[in-house]
Design a binder for this molecule. Structure first.
Ligand code: HPA
Length: 234
């Protein structure tokens, strides 16, 4: 047990999928894993371990934002031995070619600050996905009828952003979408020699103001779970 994860040693698999929303963790465990067992409910941040095609998998909520994800990812890696961590979540589209329901596989995650920022001092560390996971996820995504984009995203600290100028610079520099967790996940994976990837569904678009209705969010979420699982065990 750790401060934020009530699981026993051995309860957590080496492969962990991390949705932001704990109820998505429950939904994914119930719909995609066999014999899923609840392994964490501290603070309602649900985590389940079960199996997929014979492989052990944990699905643990991360909460929203890098400080929250950082707590869970640190404990999963350092205390429970997680080796492959895949964020599955939503993002806001930033480029015109990025449409609602498309999936973005995040090659890099630019950020203004993350919980790891202070250790780099003047250096701008470049958080990047694990290449083997990224490559496998591209293959898994290409076999589906969904639009996919592979490229760079922005991990913001704010959902209700008061700096439109920053978003403009992100768009100008080809950033595909914005979310709030991947940069810290990639940085921790680099620090502890783990593999990490963010698989993201475009749930809204900053340019057009469109947003996915909630019934379509569930279907898109299922695509992401399958892409993440196929990539993890490719
Ligand atoms: N901003 C930040 N995070 C997000 C967004 C957004 O527009 N959409 C989904 N996650």
């Amino acid at each position: 047990m750790t401060i934020h994860i009530g699981a026993q040693q051995g309860d957590i698999a080496e492969t962990v999928l991390m949705p932001g929303d704990p109820y998505r963790a429950k939904w994914a465990a119930e719909n995609f894993l066999q014999n899923a067992q609840l392994v964490n409910e501290v603070r309602g941040m649900l985590g389940y371990t079960g199996s997929w095609n014979g492989h052990r998998v944990t699905i643990q909520g991360s909460g929203m934002g890098m400080p929250s994800l950082s707590i869970y990812a640190n404990e999963l890696i350092r205390d429970f031995g997680a080796k492959t961590l895949i964020r599955i979540g939503s993002c806001g589209g930033m480029q015109p070619q990025v449409k609602l329901r498309d999936v973005i596989l995040a090659m890099t995650a630019t950020t203004l600050s993350s919980p790891s920022h202070s250790i780099f001092k003047e250096v701008n560390f470049a958080p990047a996905a694990d290449w083997s996971l990224l490559q496998a996820a591209v293959q898994a995504a290409q076999s589906r009828e969904i639009g996919i984009h592979v490229g760079c995203i922005y991990s913001s600290d704010t959902f209700y952003d008061e700096r439109p100028d920053l978003n403009e610079q992100m768009v100008r520099h080809g950033i595909l979408g914005v979310e709030m967790e991947a940069a810290e996940l990639y940085t921790l994976a680099a620090r502890y020699q783990c593999r990490a990837l963010a698989v993201l569904t475009v749930s809204d678009h900053l340019g057009t103001g469109e947003a996915l209705p909630s019934d379509q969010r569930e279907r898109s979420f299922g695509d992401m779970v399958e892409i993440a699982l196929e990539a993890a065990f490719a």
